[in-house]
Design a protein around this ligand. Sequence first.
Ligand code: SAH
Length: 344
Amino acid sequence: MSQELETLIKSHIHLNGPMSVETYWNFCLAHPQFGYYITRDPLGQAGDFTTAPEISQLFGEMIGIWAAEQWNRLGQPHHIHLVEIGPGRGTLMSDLLRIARLIPDFLKSLSIHLIETSPALRNRQKEKLAGYDVSWHDTIETIPQNAPVILIGNEFLDALPIQQFAFKDGQWFERMIGIGERNKLVFGLSATPVPLNLPQAKEQDVVEISAVREAFTHKLCERIKSQGGAALLIDYGHDVSAMGDTLQAVRSHAYCDLLKDCGEADITSHVDFGRLKSIAEKLGCRTSLQGQGSFLKTTGIELRAEQILKSATEKQKDDIRAGLNRLVDDKQMGTLFRVMEIAG
Ligand code: SAH
């Protein structure tokens, strides 16, 4: 654990009492000086976790095909805001733009925006996308409101914090983090119950709620409704809201102790796509939800793989096939990762 961050968290608890999982999450990932995402590039083999765009160029290319299809569906407008939120190393956007270059009118219509809070990753994105005219933002609020938007977020939602609630003695309590024996951080429950209306709860059930993910989806859908456009949100999660503790911390490609490695580990939880889908639909948007494997196959990933295999060396061929398999196979990322499409 980052010593400075641990000291800060403990003094916050001494002053204010136990903190929610949401507050702890924000300290660990987003503290302006010591937060996990603020201080590093966590991606790739040498980092803590690997994502689909880092596994194969085919991933970003398929999203490029999806984006071009949206542009077509919208009637080939002369101006579109192409937005990626949480763009990591900029790899997805770079692969997407390789496809866009094949359709000059589409490429010409694009204003490219990246929404990114990490200075370390912004630098990586600047290097990767040198040669393109890109603007950076801290939030979706500053994306200009004068044209339709096509927004992409891969493994963005899972970086936004959740609250957890546990059912005990017939009532819901919020899970909190306090200080236990030998000055160690420990989990506990809020002193007073929380009025959650969830029927059929059983003793020890845990439920996760993310006000931040919901507020983002709300803003995005309002934007799509008023200006037109589409969004693609990809993450691990479930299509139907369900009970369960999915909070996890990952460091060097392995699970680790959430309360020990704060600031040094990625913290995530499964995305409740069922809940986000119903928010989008209430606002009048159309949605679809499917596995990553089925989305990529329908978009033509196998054809594109065959195309690039033709000019590849033997070693490259093995890598292309392995990457493709990892992205689409049901036992790998094909089913666990969900693709939610939102359209105005
Ligand atoms: N999409 C990339 C990176 C996923 S990691 C990929 O697939 O490889 C999560 C990304 O979200 C990182 O770029 C991180 O810095 C960014 N991020 C985390 N919290 C954010 C926030 N509140 N607003 C914008 N970006 C955020």
